[in-house]
Design a protein around this ligand. Sequence first.
Ligand SMILES: Nc1nc2c(ncn2[C@@H]2O[C@H](COP(=O)(O)OP(=O)(O)O)[C@@H](O)[C@H]2O)c(=O)[nH]1
Ligand SMILES: [Mg+2]
Length: 137
Amino acid sequence: MGLLDKLSGWLGLRKKEVNVLCMGLDNSGKTTIINQLKPSNTQAQEIVPTIGFNIEKFKSSRESNAIIFVIDSSDKLRMVVAKEELDTLLNHEDIRNKKIPVLFFANKMDLRDALSSVKVSQMLCLENIKDKPWHIW
Ligand SMILES: Nc1nc2c(ncn2[C@@H]2O[C@H](COP(=O)(O)OP(=O)(O)O)[C@@H](O)[C@H]2O)c(=O)[nH]1
Ligand SMILES: [Mg+2]
């Protein structure tokens, strides 16, 4: 079982339809990860960086079943910005007080300067998240 299979299982993506909110700073790798979660015949061959945001398949006023928060592990300078975005997300009225599982994806681990997932976890103060199941990959 590959990493993305395990990831899908952990997030419950094997159900017929789930809503996953994928968040993270620009250039962190969100589109790349979403693309890899899709069935191979629908995967994009080329990914251009997303300016602003995009929505792949959208149904309004539906709750998210899971959140993927993507971090560029090599972007040390913006780790504090990522933490601010995360704190804003977790305090959002639709998210706070809900037991939505959050997968933190410490991406770009292949880059030489990348921080370890333990270090990313520390910088984002993930141990403070008590009301949601979470996991860092
Ligand atoms: N080295 C490396 N580059 C990655 C990885 N994931 C994504 N990228 C690159 O990072 C850039 C931004 O990725 P993209 O998925 O567009 O990020 P988004 O803006 O969060 O949607 C692209 O050039 C990707 O090819 C990774 O794991 N390692
Ligand atoms: Mg994108």
